[in-house]
Design a protein around this ligand. Structure first.
Ligand SMILES: Cc1ncc(COP(=O)(O)O)c(C=O)c1O
Length: 392
């Protein structure tokens, strides 16, 4: 990897990875690694999924890419299914290439429609590598810090009843960009009351809710989408990561109402890979696999199992401060030394995600992970704590 541009903070964890199977990666020497990070939280139905491989193989023998002004039956069919699972029947979809792009595309639509100058979001939300939401310019955004307001320390977290909440300029706000709990990688879920309070006010002023489901979508939290844990229905949903299971396809879905109003506006967006048939075929198969294999239910069961195991460790080892999670999106917060645990897990062949500048390890295994693999992980973690006196 000497001919590659490395971003600051990125570095090689292992030698070359040359093979994979579900939650296992194999390096060039045949070593097996357990991937509890799902390749930056993407491979929700497992690495090297045979069904995904098959549809890709079938499709590349026919047509992979066309351009803006072409159709393919799989594009419309997948769009219909996507709209059904996100509660936006009658709406429309666009197939794009990354999570960042799906959010940016959603924001461009929302800005085109909005009659008010501001978009609201939380200080602990991430939206992508570029674009309006990544930049969050002072002129266009109101950023609410729900983790440092008057009611942040209550058991539920901010409920929208504090002084700081009253300062949100709802009358100037036309968009709420909601990221339901990935929280800069730290897995912190906003309270139901807060989200209800915000969405009621946004709707009162005729605004829109855009849900960023890039990480929380495609079954990751035990429901199709993270916003489905809240009493709201977004107008726009941005999906990425899991919808391509590692293939770079993403989707933005909009409601029927938004789509009808958008049709009356001048809306321009063009890049080379909008609505490619290959991406649509992959997304369609991911959805079918999640349905056929009951992976939403499996995700909840496996997530609860892992959470229970981790809670057990927390009761035994005071170095663990908190376990957070919904479905198979979990975080272990330590009082100290998360990095040491991360390194020791790597030595044992377990890949988890270490968040920079936080004592947090994050776990997002594939929904198809075997219970046995979760058990091995919990046992390995316990062994690490037992062998190292500093953790007892
Ligand atoms: C919550 C969230 N939104 C958006 C993105 C951007 O997605 P991508 O990296 O595919 O562009 C990420 C990526 O980590 C994310 O975690």
């Amino acid at each position: 990897m000497q001919n590659i541009i490395w971003s600051t903070g990125h570095h090689l964890k292992f030698g070359n990875i040359t093979g994979s199977d579900n939650c296992f990666l194999y390096d060039e020497y045949g070593n097996r690694l357990v991937d509890l990070e799902s390749g930056v939280w993407c491979t929700n139905v497992g690495h090297n999924n045979r069904r995904i491989n098959q549809v890709i193989t079938n499709q590349i023998g026919r047509i992979t890419h066309t351009g803006f002004c072409y159709g393919h039956p799989a594009i419309d069919e997948t769009a219909l299914k996507v709209l059904e699972i996100c509660g936006l029947k009658g709406g429309k979809c666009e197939f794009l290439c990354s999570g960042s792009e799906a959010v940016e595309f959603g924001m461009r639509i929302a800005r085109t429609m909005s009659e008010r100058p501001l978009a609201l979001t939380f200080a602990d939300s991430y939206f992508g590598a570029y674009g309006d939401a990544a930049t969050k310019s002072k002129e266009g955004w109101f950023i609410y810090d729900r983790l440092n307001c008057g009611c942040a320390s209550s058991p539920e977290g901010c409920t929208g009843e504090c002084e700081e909440f009253q300062k949100i300029p709802f009358s100037e706000t036309g968009i709420f960009l909601f990221e339901p709990g990935s929280s800069m990688g730290l897995v912190r879920f906003p309270s139901g009351k807060l989200i209800r309070n915000i969405s009621e006010r946004i709707k009162r002023y005729g605004g829109m809710i855009l849900a960023n489901e890039v990480t929380t979508g495609m079954g990751r939290t035990g429901k199709w989408f993270g916003y489905q844990h809240y009493p709201i229905q977004p107008d726009i949903v941005a999906m990425g990561k899991g919808i391509g299971n590692g293939y770079p396809v993403s989707v933005t879905a909009i409601s029927e109402n938004v789509s009808q109003k958008l049709a009356l506006k001048r809306f321009i967006y063009a890049q080379s890979h909008q609505n490619d048939p290959l991406g649509a075929v992959v997304a369609r198969e991911v959805i079918r696999i999640i349905e056929d294999e009951n992976l939403l239910e499996a995700c909840l069961q496996k997530g609860n199992y892992l959470k229970e195991k981790l809670e057990g460790l927390k009761n035994q080892y005071p170095v663990i401060k908190e376990i957070r999670g919904r479905g198979l999106m979990l975080a272990i917060e330590f009082h100290k030394d998360a990095n040491l645990v991360y390194e020791m897990l790597l030595d044992e062949g377990y890949i988890v995600c270490k968040r920079p500048n936080a004592e947090v390890l994050r776990l997002d295994p594939a929904l198809t992970i075997e219970m046995e693999t979760l058990e091995w992980f919990a046992d390995t973690l316990k062994e690490i704590f037992t062998k190292n006196d500093c953790y007892s």
